[in-house]
Design a protein around this ligand. Structure first.
Ligand code: 5GP
Ligand code: ZN
Length: 138
């Protein structure tokens, strides 16, 4: 498969690895938004949250939990953003699921997670909530 992150997982493209187990690989982002910016991927290809198995997703999240603690100890950031983008509309560029860990420092000027608070229409919010509730798999 012509997937850059599959090639990284297979060792066909070099990367700076920080963690690995049988399901998951974590490596440094080559275009870091901040010092310590890293990516956690499943070794098995899955483009987005819709394709990944629940077990692989849990393994990615478990590694994310471990790595966030390691980043905190190593770099002592003031905060950490976790980002996981799905689909072009969400600005996903590499179609192999990944979680970003982006360490943050007060006043670093990054605009991740900044948005304007605009009150929603409560009636519409309730209608949409019911639609979602009706589709939750048991
Ligand atoms: P997203 O798909 O969530 O928008 O982000 C893809 C991320 O992968 C970007 O932050 C980009 O810098 C990173 N990236 C793309 N190609 C490579 C690569 O070949 N090696 C590494 N280490 N990171 C990459
Ligand atoms: Zn892949």
């Amino acid at each position: 498969m012509d997937c850059i992150f599959c090639k990284i997982a297979a060792g066909e493209i070099p990367s700076v690895r920080v963690y690995e187990d049988d399901r998951v690989l974590a490596f440094m982002d080559i275009n870091p938004l901040s010092e310590g910016h890293l990516l956690i991927i499943p070794k098995a290809h899955a483009a987005t949250i819709y394709e990944i198995t629940e077990d692989d997703f849990l393994a990615v999240m478990s590694a994310t939990h471990k790595l966030a603690a390691a980043v905190k100890k190593a770099l002592n950031p003031d905060g950490i953003n976790l980002l996981q983008l799905n689909g072009r509309a969400a600005n996903q560029v590499v179609p192999h699921l990944h979680v970003h860990i982006v360490p943050r420092w007060s006043g670093d000027g990054l605009t991740i997670s900044q948005w304007d608070m605009v009150a929603g229409d409560m009636e519409n919010i309730k209608v949409v909530a019911e639609k979602i509730q009706g589709e939750i798999a048991s």
